[in-house]
Design a protein around this ligand. Structure first.
Ligand code: ARG
Length: 249
């Protein structure tokens, strides 16, 4: 047999072996991720495709872990529950890591700093957070924005998506929207000048990746990979691509 023939044969055998190995161990090579693609520019739909900064980051993470990323797009509260029950390995959805949620799930290290922001109509009399007194405010269900409004006893209207929350504003059903700052900017820009984002941060929050409580092994792997992606500039590049301000500390 010619050397090239032998090489072809060896290659074919190796590929067959790899296929069988892939079948047997295939399941644990998949990283399942839940998200809610209603949160531009972190996750949103471009046609059928789920894209955004979180998606790029999750893909880079999965690659570092040698796993294939499988994304499921569901409601935000379902994404949180899905991670806490272990239905999905992770939830990546601009999720604020806070003490309340830490009771039910574990989090990776923080990867982004955010705040709650206020969107109003461009001609609104609401100029600062203090002017929200007595107003009706819309938000996304199950979010820290909603929690902030409930804690401060505002009259609220909660929606499944941020887009619906801002529609409630432009159709005069509410006086303001409270949502994460970068998302407020992205949603407001789509209104072509009808709405503005006030220059006032209501909270300070950190985004992290959620997993089932006790899944320390995965959290550690993710933290190592995150640190590498931060050190080699990948994270900064991803956030720059989506025009997200980012200070790598
Ligand atoms: N940071 C906020 C929270 O954790 C909002 C996140 C909403 N994310 C989404 N993909 N819809 O509650």
């Amino acid at each position: 047999m010619k050397l090239s023939k032998i090489l072809t044969l060896v290659l074919a055998l190796a590929m067959t072996a790899a296929m069988f190995a892939g079948c047997a161990g295939g399941d644990d090579k998949v990283l399942t991720m839940a998200t809610n693609a209603e949160f531009p520019p972190f996750e949103f739909l471009e046609g059928e495709e789920i894209v955004g900064a979180d998606v790029d980051m999750a893909k880079a993470l999965a690659e570092k872990l040698g796993m294939t990323l499988e994304i499921t797009n569901i409601d935000f509260d379902a994404a949180l529950t899905g991670a806490s029950t272990g239905k999905y390995d992770v939830a990546v959805a601009g999720i604020t890591a806070n003490d309340d949620r830490r009771k039910n799930m574990d989090f990776s290290n923080d990867y982004y700093t955010a705040s709650q922001a206020i969107i109003v109509m461009a001609d609104s009399e609401i100029k600062t957070a203090a002017d929200l007194e007595g107003k009706t405010i819309s938000c996304q269900e199950g979010t820290t924005g909603e929690q902030y409004l409930l804690d401060n006893e505002y009259a609220i209207q909660s929606f499944k998506t941020g887009a619906e929350a801002i529609s409630a504003l432009t159709t005069a059903k509410v006086d303001a929207v409270v949502i994460d700052n970068a998302v407020a900017k992205a949603l407001s820009e789509k209104q072509e000048g009808k709405t503005i984002v006030l220059d006032e941060a209501l909270t300070k929050e950190n985004y992290a990746i959620a997993t089932k409580k006790g899944n320390t092994e995965l959290v550690e792997k993710i933290n190592t990979a995150l640190a590498e992606l931060e050190a080699d500039g990948t994270l900064a590049e991803i956030f720059a691509k989506y025009e997200l301000p980012y200070d790598a500390e």
